[in-house]
Design a protein around this ligand. Structure first.
Ligand SMILES: Nc1nc2c(ncn2[C@@H]2O[C@H](COP(=O)(O)OP(=O)(O)OP(=O)(O)O)[C@@H](O)[C@H]2O)c(=O)[nH]1
Ligand SMILES: [Mg+2]
Length: 282
């Protein structure tokens, strides 16, 4: 399966962001904690240019605390300003505000010297479904941005006033214009950042099972009461399907239904809490 999804609205979004960046003091770059490196999209670099950026590793409720620690060390080593947040439950979102203040402090100081109380204008960007709009709502007193558990919910630009000193620009999720690294594309597909309609659910589930066999085999065994983990991921998918009792006419296993169930379980964190990316050696 070769994954590629870059519809017209993403080209438009890049154009909109490139236009808006002139009015932006800092960027909030949202990553999904379950695959933070796969979420770093080279297409954003030319948009952001030299503007200060804060990486928000969102959905950290869906990974282990020990993983938060390991990834924090990794990003610190790279000197990337990073904060972890769980926007859905408003946990640690205050770190986003504080982090933004820090990375834009030179700008606010410059204005202060001229007696101006500057309102920081920040652009929130990231791949689809990473939680950009949810993060904005979690910082706002009202739920102004539309959110949803599928990619491509936000379509246009939307400025949202957080308080007297902060305005945030919500933007549509954008994928890689060219997925040369299909491993990253698969990770994003597994997490729901790529439209399901363009994916082969059985192939995706097999890719997911292959990955989990490497990074969390015991969780797979536990979740689906497997006796052992077969070498062949398709056989594992058949066992999952059997365990769920998904049968077609003539007692034929409905592996497509099994595949959908497996992917939904993975996305909801029901199999376990894991990070699909591995930390590169630095
Ligand atoms: N568990 C968990 N779920 C989250 C978190 N943040 C967002 N979500 C969920 O992720 C899904 C996507 O959230 P959105 O805020 O719509 O994502 P988005 O990045 O704005 O997506 P697009 O507009 O499609 O690019 C929703 O179902 C949210 O409830 C989080 O920190 N933890
Ligand atoms: Mg959105």
């Amino acid at each position: 399966m070769h994954i590629h999804w870059f519809p017209g609205h993403m080209t438009k979004a890049i154009r909109m962001m490139t236009d808006e960046i002139k009015n932006i003091d800092g960027v909030i770059y949202v990553l999904d904690a379950r695959a933070p490196l796969s979420c770093i999209n080279p297409a954003f670099d030319s948009v952001i240019g030299s503007r200060p950026r804060l990486y928000v590793i969102n959905k950290f409720d869906l990974i282990e605390k020990t993983a938060v620690q390991r990834w924090t060390e990794y990003f610190n080593k790279l000197k990337m300003p990073t904060v972890f947040a769980d926007s859905a439950h408003k946990t640690d979102v205050i770190h986003v505000k504080n982090g933004l203040k820090l990375i834009t402090s030179k700008i606010t100081e410059k204005y202060k010297a001229r007696g101006i109380d500057k309102t920081i204008r920040a652009m929130v960007l990231g791949i689809p479904n990473s939680g950009k709009s949810t993060l904005i709502n979690s910082l706002s007193s009202e739920k102004k941005a539309v959110t949803g558990n599928r990619p491509g919910v936000t379509r246009g630009k939307q400025w949202i006033t957080i308080d007297n000193h902060l305005d945030l620009l919500d933007s549509p999720g954008v994928l890689y214009p060219d997925f040369s690294d299909q491993k990253k594309a698969t990770n994003l597909a597994l997490l729901g950042s790529i439209k399901d309609d363009i994916l082969d659910v059985t192939e995706l589930a097999i890719a997911g099972i292959t990955l989990l066999k490497k990074i969390a085999p015991s969780r797979l065994v536990e979740r689906y009461n497997l006796i052992a983990l077969n070498d062949d991921p398709f056989v594992v998918l058949e066992e999952i399907t059997k365990q769920r009792g998904y049968l077609l006419k003539g007692n034929v296993l409905d592996t497509e239904r099994g595949a959908t169930a497996f992917i939904n379980d993975l996305r909801k964190g029901l199999i376990g809490k894991f990070v699909l990316d591995t930390i590169p050696r630095t």
